[in-house]
Design a protein around this ligand. Structure first.
Ligand code: HEC
Length: 470
């Protein structure tokens, strides 16, 4: 009904414009006229993997595929600073206490940050990506794709103290999950209980100080991605790869309700500050808002055209922030009649029309553009700019923090070396490289990509190293 009315209203606007407008109108102007403008947190150079808001609501953390964390003001959404230092995508960033922040990433590391964003300590120990962090009493828990849960003793200290060494605390790892751990959450008066959710299909309950498993809470044949608790109300909600959000009674383990919209997987979940609303986001770009008082769906709308909603957080009871494939976080008012739409003019970098672009450009858009620019500026992307690539020795873009795998090689980028890079994969051609493992198996796709890159990395024919390539 809501959508029916909305559709009718939109058509009225379109119709009136058709009859009155003499100049051409575009879909963009329709969207701009009929939907409230979408507020955004802008500046990242890649998809947004996680959003967290400090307990007092003053700071918003966006963690991104571009290896950085954005810190924003909860009061007016203005940008405060970037936190750098991870050598790969950052999955989670949270306020540890009033002074310190913690970040965890695909580089297996957890970093303790000063208020300035600078790194105070590096917490090493995980042998897989760090996917989630939770704060207990004197203890931080981490979820790793090594299947482990890290327990890191922590004493909140005076941040004016000097830096000391960068070793970090000695962790204890709780092992037992059969595969990656996606989420951790503390519970209990003294935060002595720890829940963990894993791709192995289980949620486990641990005695954190005792460092032991208490029980397996649920066991499924599909992975569990997210976990949200409301201890006061006595429930736990979890979202899984089967596209279902299930809510369990914390004492009886009885399933109170399940939301199954068939849109899988569930990738993001958040609870509003007053705990009356639960939001979840799925792999198809939808955000659903549920009342935790009635367990009724209050809103269900598409936040991105397609693709994953990886991150959700409530700014307040009325606004939810989302992150996904776009390199901005979007602010969605919950109560207004219609969800604000992205104007058509905002197209994602890698959303390309298969009818109008070459196969090579499509390959680049889908497989590379999220991490690489083609302009001299590397922007805020995970990888170096590919501008002037051909004829360029590997590892030589000024100011880009390469790994030794690229600075320590004598590869010169050419159609042949690039072909080899994606034929056998960076993990074999440049072992130890930060570029994720990937191959382009079809030789025609590789040729098309290289043909496209030859033109696109040197659009004016004057990129610095093109002579040497000829
Ligand atoms: C998830 C991010 C990511 C994706 C996707 C990605 N790259 Fe990379 N790429 C990197 C990173 C990070 C480096 C730097 C590696 C290092 O320092 O070890 C890199 C390095 C490179 C280099 C070496 C550049 C130099 O200056 O030596 C080339 C060439 C390259 N990438 C091409 C591509 C192409 C072509 C694609 C798409 C098929 C692609 N990359 C996809 C992250 C990515």
């Amino acid at each position: 009904m809501r959508w029916g009315l909305w559709g009718a209203a939109a058509w009225l606007i379109v119709a009136s414009m058709l009859f009155t407008a003499t100049s051409a109108f575009t879909q963009t102007s329709v969207a701009a006229d009929s939907a409230p403008a979408l507020e955004r947190l802008e500046g990242h150079g890649g998809p947004i993997r996680g959003i967290n808001i400090s307990k007092d609501g003053s700071l918003i953390f966006t963690s991104s595929f571009d290896n950085s964390v954005g810190v924003w003001s909860g009061a007016d959404l203005s940008h405060i600073r970037w936190i750098e230092g991870h050598a790969a995508a950052v999955n989670v960033a949270i306020a540890l206490d009033l002074k310190h922040h913690l970040t965890g990433g695909d580089d297996f590391k957890i970093m303790l940050r000063w208020p300035s964003g600078e790194t105070k300590e590096v917490w090493d120990g995980h042998q897989g990506k760090v996917m989630d962090l939770a704060i207990g009493v004197g203890l931080v828990a981490s979820a790793g794709w090594d299947g482990w849960i890290g327990l890191w003793p922590y004493t909140s200290d005076d941040p004016s103290q000097s830096d000391g060494d960068l070793a970090g605390p000695t962790p204890v790892f709780l092992k037992g999950h059969q595969s990656g751990v996606n989420a951790v959450a503390f519970a209990g008066e003294a935060r002595e209980t720890l829940y963990s959710a894993s791709t192995d299909g289980t949620i486990r309950e641990w005695d954190a100080p005792g460092q032991s498993l208490r029980r397996i809470v649920v066991k499924h044949g599909f992975g569990v991605n997210k976990l949200v608790l409301d201890e006061a109300a006595g429930w736990m909600a979890y979202g899984a790869t089967d596209g279902v959000v299930r809510v369990l009674d914390l004492t009886s383990d009885e399933e109170l309700v399940a939301f199954d919209d068939g849109r899988r997987p569930i990738l993001a979940m958040a609870l509003s500050p007053d705990r009356t609303r639960l939001a979840f986001g799925d792999g198809e770009g939808y955000i659903t808002i549920v009342s935790t008082e009635t367990w009724e769906i209050e809103r269900d709308f598409r936040a991105v055209r397609r693709g994953p909603v990886w991150a959700l957080a409530f700014l307040d009871e009325e606004r939810v922030l989302s992150g996904g494939l776009d390199d901005f976080a979007a602010v969605w008012p919950i109560a207004t009649g219609a969800a604000p739409k992205l104007p058509e003019a905002v197209s994602r970098r890698f959303h390309v029309d298969p009818e109008t672009v070459s196969n090579g450009e499509r390959q680049f858009a889908r497989k590379c553009s999220v991490c690489h620019t083609l302009t001299p500026d590397s922007r805020r992307r995970a990888g170096p700019s590919l501008y002037g690539l051909f004829g360029r020795p590997a590892g030589t873009v000024d100011g880009y923090p390469y790994s030794n795998a690229l600075t320590g090689t004598d590869i010169i980028w050419s159609p042949e070396t690039l072909d080899k890079l994606f034929d056998i994969g960076p993990d074999h051609y440049t072992p130890g490289s930060k570029m994720p493992m990937q191959r382009i198996v079809n030789p025609d796709d590789r040729t098309d990509l290289i043909t496209y890159l030859r033109a696109a990395t040197d659009p004016d024919g004057d990129a610095p190293s093109e002579e040497t390539a000829k």
